[in-house]
Write a protein that binds this ligand. Structure first.
Ligand code: NAD
Length: 282
């Protein structure tokens, strides 16, 4: 889809990291922006910055794990701007540690945001986009952790594998039905964002009140902080790759050349019926 001035972009997880960079890039291309996030102060800050720079943006406080809130987000987009052309389902959270040590609330939170956030958005936005009839594009943010695996991040990887599968199925269904809606899946390697401190936005209903963090959890979060904030790619570079992929109708949006070796190694292991190699994300 060719991006044109005046088109409308909806971005979830817009208050920080990749989402904020997507908002800034959309605004710099003359798009009107509907920014959604569960963290109100950062959402306000994102919107204020766009408006101060002369762009058009609104913020809609949205918890993407709640279907009604995603419906309200779509209502706001249509009532304010009359349509949507680019939908970036980007909000996501991380919970680290050994798989069997994760609580049910850990699983519900990570799957609630990373998988059901996508489910709610697709169920809400796609019928409206089809009814509107114009060209549109949907970008779902998954992760390299949706293609390859390693230790200590089970719920996150599981949710991101599901996000990749969901996005492939969405692309099949839209193509089969001849809908004018393109689809891409963003599979970033490490990016300098706030993902390691995801717990800051954990909703009350999925907290483990009174529970101490386990040693394995502490270890992974510290490693994640170093790898992302310390050594990750700048989010603006990721956003530029997303817009280039949308304009060239590319499905996969990796952020590092190592993507090719990582998926080749995975497929070699599968062909040889071997245990999957531990992914070295960069
Ligand atoms: N940073 C990385 O290295 C990396 C790598 C691969 C994939 N990703 C993915 O990129 C996406 C963006 O994350 P980021 O790295 O920019 O992290 P981030 O923490 O900087 O940004 C995530 C944003 O999502 C918001 N959010 C969290 N829960 C939400 C909810 N329930 N509803 C609405 N918004 C919510 C947060 O408030 C935050 O503003 C995520 O899906 C993440 O899994 C990140």
């Amino acid at each position: 889809m060719q991006i044109e001035r005046g088109m409308v972009a909806v971005v979830t997880g817009a208050g920080s990291g990749i989402g904020r960079a997507l908002v800034e890039t959309a605004a710099s291309r003359g798009m009107k922006v509907v920014a959604a996030d569960v963290e109100q102060p950062r959402l306000d800050d994102t919107v204020d910055a766009i408006v101060r720079a002369g762009g058009e943006a609104i913020g809609v406080a949205t918890d993407v794990s709640v279907a009604e809130e995603v419906e309200r987000l779509a209502d706001e987009a249509w009532s304010r701007f009359g349509g949507v052309h680019l939908l970036c389902n980007n909000a996501g959270v991380f919970s680290g540690g050994l798989l069997w040590e994760r609580t049910l609330a850990d699983w519900q939170w990570v799957m609630g945001v990373n998988l059901y956030g996508l489910v709610h958005a697709i169920r809400t936005f796609v019928p409206r986009l089809l009814a509107a009839g114009g060209t549109a594009h949907i970008v779902n943010t998954a992760s390299m952790g949706g293609l390859v695996t390693n230790a200590y991040s089970g719920p996150y990887y599981t949710s991101k594998f599901a996000a990749v599968g969901l996005t492939e199925c969405l692309a099949h269904d839209l193509l089969t039905t001849g809908a004018p809606i393109g689809v891409s899946v963003l599979v970033p390697s490490l990016v300098a964002t706030g993902i390691a401190s995801s717990q800051r936005n954990r909703p009350e209903r999925w907290t483990d009140r009174g529970r101490e963090r386990t040693a394995d959890e502490e270890f992974v979060l510290a490693a994640m902080e170093d790898a992302t904030v310390g050594a990750g790619m700048p989010p603006a570079e990721v956003a530029a790759l997303v817009f280039d992929a949308v304009e060239h109708e590319r499905f996969w949006i990796p952020t590092k050349p190592s993507y090719h070796d990582q998926i080749r190694a995975r497929h070699d292991d599968m062909q040889a019926l071997r245990h999957p190699a531990s992914a070295q994300l960069d």
